[in-house]
Design a protein around this ligand. Sequence first.
Ligand code: NAP
Ligand code: GCO
Length: 267
Amino acid sequence: MSDIMKKFSLEGKVALVTGAAYGIGFAIAEGLAAAGAKIVFNCRGQEHMDKALADYKAKGIDAKGYICDVTKEDEVKKMVASIKEEMGSVDILVNNAGIIKRIPMAEMSVEDFRQVIDIDLTAAFIVSKAVLPDMMEKRSGKIINICSMMSELGRETVSAYASAKGGLKMLTRNIASEYGGYNIQCNGIGPGYIATPQTAPLRERQADGSRHPFDSFIIAKTPAERWGDPEDLMGAAVFLASPASDFVNGHILYVDGGILAYIGKQP
Ligand code: NAP
Ligand code: GCO
């Protein structure tokens, strides 16, 4: 392997990807595994866990899974301790687990708002806090937070999600600021619109077989003229998880096909 490619190697590293039973998390875990990392992931239910383990095995990835709700600090601490005992302390953390609720703010309950903040923002604090002590002791670590277009932009019905993802951008910058001196890098990946279960409602074909209006809207707003695939995020994840990014800190790397740079195609 050439010297430059060695900078992208994750050989021997333990990578925890939260919420990686499917979707973006699964693809990121697959990319990190291809670069040599040992993969650990979590989700909340046994059904998703069983399918995910089979899917990882089918890809030749010996992933270890934990049933763990990232909003429950006691569960997270127990998972991180088990990982350390069984595989070694976490070298790479990807805070990927997340939900969205698309409800007009005036109609959204406080409980719904709080649940999105809890999973999409507070959980990143909880899991990062659980892995930081070992990273500090090793004076080495990578934390990658999965942000969003909504870390920069608003839109109707996603007030809670945008608040969480905007906060996650600043949590990323603050972890970078506070722990950069321990050789810990904390960066974000800001996916554009990616074809996963989370965005399936926005891509549903209409009764007449035509595209969903939002689907057409995103195509017109994206210079690449397509939705992203989870696999489009693999390279950014490997880069930010590897020594190649040791002097990159507090950066949000947008992988969005150009949406943030583009005013949108004239109708
Ligand atoms: P997804 O298909 O809905 O997957 C979300 C994952 O998060 C699932 O594996 C789910 O597992 C897990 N999860 C949710 N709440 C959890 C909790 N409390 N504890 C543990 N796991 C939990 O979503 P996705 O599209 O892959 O998105 C993944 C991340 O990327 C999210 O943070 C999302 O906000 C972000 N993102 C997505 C897009 C997009 O266009 N798709 C774009 C930008 C950013 P279980 O339900 O099985 O527990
Ligand atoms: C929405 C979408 C977006 C994507 C993603 C874009 O309803 O607007 O779900 O929020 O999930 O976050 O980056």
